[in-house]
Design a protein around this ligand. Structure first.
Ligand SMILES: [Zn+2]
Length: 125
């Protein structure tokens, strides 16, 4: 007959946080060994891809490992993947360029003679 086993902690319910596996002790007895929840892999904040180079640890374990294990040497390393960082940099650059172009267009329009102004209105419509 199979040996009946008892939880070794105070939580008596079969919950997600109270998972066990059966191990045999050196004395030949079967006992429950409480196992921790499986850690989820860290994901990119932008595209939900898993971040390469970052270990999957339980939240409290990240406090015990050193900083270089939790990050990669890049802007937003350990938060965004390389593709997302590149996209953000390009996007920010293009927005800045657009601002400059707008400023230049505004100054040239102000410097240009007034005869051109009605043309612009027709172009808008
Ligand atoms: Zn990403």
């Amino acid at each position: 007959m199979a040996q009946r086993l008892a939880y070794r902690k105070r939580n008596p319910y079969n919950t997600r946080s109270n998972k066990v596996k059966v191990v045999k002790t050196p004395g030949g007895k079967l006992v429950y060994q409480h196992v921790k929840k499986i850690a989820s892999k860290p994901k990119c904040g932008g595209c939900e891809h898993f971040l390469p180079g970052i270990p999957a640890l339980r939240p409290r374990q990240y406090a015990t490992v050193s900083k270089p294990t939790k990050t990669v040497q890049r802007a937003y390393g350990g938060v965004y993947c390389g593709n997302c960082v590149r996209e953000r940099i390009v996007r920010a650059f293009l927005i800045e360029e657009q601002k400059i172009v707008k400023k230049v267009v505004k100054t040239t329009a102000a410097a240009a003679p007034k005869a051109e102004k009605p043309k612009k209105k027709t172009a808008k419509k």
